[in-house]
Unconditional design. Structure first.
Length: 192
């Protein structure tokens, strides 16, 4: 059973697991949507985003070198950063919303093995959507399964830094000299 899950805060995932972590990249996108032509508001937004991403990179460092004292410091820093008031109401509202998601955004302090964002998974999903849009949908169920299988192999190979072409050639020619993608996934997860 999956006990920890990382998502973009879509409501369908909220009660799926014991621990629900949120993607920092998705949260950061909300700040980019604060469009204004007022220079004061632009400066406040930029200044806050600089601090936001500085904090994000500190969390990335903690993932590489977990340390409970640093985790406590980062938790306190989160409270300070997301208590900022800028006198730009849309930005202050967004900061408050992020602060309300502290437990899910800082799941990495308890579980440093989980990623801070789910961009890799999302990019894989986008490839399928682009393929579907270009090919104007599949005609048969067999086509759909073949497309899904092929796209899964290509995306998995890419994530594992394996040439999809070489892998497919190895399997189709029945040489099987390369390790299976499943074996590579297990090896990679054992390293994490």
């Amino acid at each position: 059973m999956v006990t920890t899950f990382l998502s973009d805060d879509a409501p369908q995932f909220r009660k799926l697991t014991h621990h629900h972590a949120l993607c920092w990249i998705h949260d950061g996108r909300h700040y980019k949507k604060l469009h204004t032509t007022v220079p004061y508001c632009q400066e406040k937004t930029k200044a806050f985003l600089d601090k936001y991403w500085d904090y994000y990179f500190k969390l990335r460092e903690l993932r590489k070198n977990p340390n409970s004292d640093v985790a406590k410091q980062l938790s306190a820093e989160f409270d300070r950063l997301f208590s900022t008031e800028t006198n730009y109401p849309p930005l202050d509202d967004r900061i408050s919303k992020t602060k309300g998601k502290k437990e899910s955004l800082l799941m990495v302090l308890t579980f440093p093995e989980i990623p801070l964002n789910n961009n890799g998974a999302e990019l894989g999903a986008r490839v399928k959507v682009r393929k579907r849009d270009v090919s104007l949908q599949s005609v048969t169920d067999e086509e759909t399964r073949a497309n899904d299988t092929f796209m899964t192999i290509v995306q998995t190979a890419r994530k594992l830094s394996v040439s999809a072409y070489d892998y497919l050639l190895d399997r189709v020619s029945n040489r099987c000299e390369m390790p299976s993608l499943a074996q590579l996934i297990q090896e990679k997860s054992a390293l994490s």
